[in-house]
Design a protein around this ligand. Structure first.
Ligand SMILES: C[S@@+](CC[C@H](N)C(=O)[O-])C[C@H]1O[C@@H](n2cnc3c(N)ncnc32)[C@H](O)[C@@H]1O
Length: 244
């Protein structure tokens, strides 16, 4: 796994973060060292998805913002581990970054997985059973998030499942400060320098826009979903399981 050193050296000017070749090349290292719980949330997402997929005939799952396909792979592994025959399964793994999909295609070769290069806001969603959005909603313009969720809710079949994992912020300033400083320690302990952390934060400032947990829950409700549960939280990182 290549080490993320993208923000190691001082930069005269920080430009907005993009998921280009340099990020795709180090992404597994970057996300594990930056996102508390990544190594738990991805396989658990796979398990939650697999449980739903193995209950229906000809199941279809969308992995939106798939990056290198970690969630897709976790779902395939979970189906195997549950010993579920899943030959009629299809997973559409979607990302707008050609660089990410090129790396994903090198790592996953399975006839049930179709990688699609598209902006998920323009994608026509077929009737489906599971949709995963692991750390992508935060990169959509806030004004497009409700519309995206409505389109997902309309595509999900009855009994369908949406998983959304996100970084959140807190209305309570003390809670925000506590989580922020513990997250900073997490990154320092994982070998990032203060310079790297600060330069990356500046690069993400305008492209990664966080909501509160309540804003997420309210939006799921507004989009017409059934019950939404927080099934994982570590500091300011949460994951929701939302019923269609
Ligand atoms: C933090 S990564 C997602 C990580 C991935 N889900 C995982 O579990 O490893 C965010 C991804 O969303 C993609 N992305 C951002 N905006 C997008 C959009 N509008 N349509 C499609 N993909 C998008 C980026 O290219 C990037 O690969």
């Amino acid at each position: 796994m290549s080490r993320d050193q993208i923000f190691q050296h001082p930069r005269a000017q920080i430009v907005d973060f993009v998921f280009d070749e340099s990020v795709a090349g180090v992404f597994p290292d970057m996300i594990r060292r930056s996102v508390p719980g990544y190594e738990l949330v991805v396989p658990m997402t796979g398990l939650l998805a697999a449980r739903r997929l193995c209950r229906v005939d000809g199941p279809l799952m969308y992995d939106l913002g798939c990056s290198l396909g970690a969630t897709t792979l976790a779902t395939l592994r979970a189906l195997d581990a549950l010993d579920e025959s899943s030959t009629d399964l299809a997973i559409h793994a979607v990302d707008s970054s050609a660089a990410m999909l090129a790396e994903a295609g090198n790592g996953i070769s399975d006839g049930r997985v179709r990688f699609i290069e598209a902006d998920i806001r323009d994608l026509i969603l077929e009737p489906c059973d599971v949709v995963t959005m692991n750390w992508i909603m935060q990169f959509l313009p806030p004004e497009d998030r409700l519309t995206m969720l409505i389109r997902i809710r309309e595509a999900l079949k009855p009994g369908g499942l949406l998983i959304v994992s996100e970084k959140i912020h807190f209305e309570d300033s003390q809670q925000e400060a506590f989580s922020d400083s513990a997250h900073l320690d997490f990154k320092l302990a994982n070998g990032y320098s203060e310079l790297e952390i600060s330069q990356k934060r500046s690069a993400l400032e305008r492209v990664m826009i966080l909501d509160t947990q309540n804003a997420h829950l309210t939006r799921f409700h507004e989009a017409g979903f059934g019950p939404a549960r927080v099934w994982f939280q570590c500091l300011n990182w949460v994951s929701f399981a939302v019923s269609a």
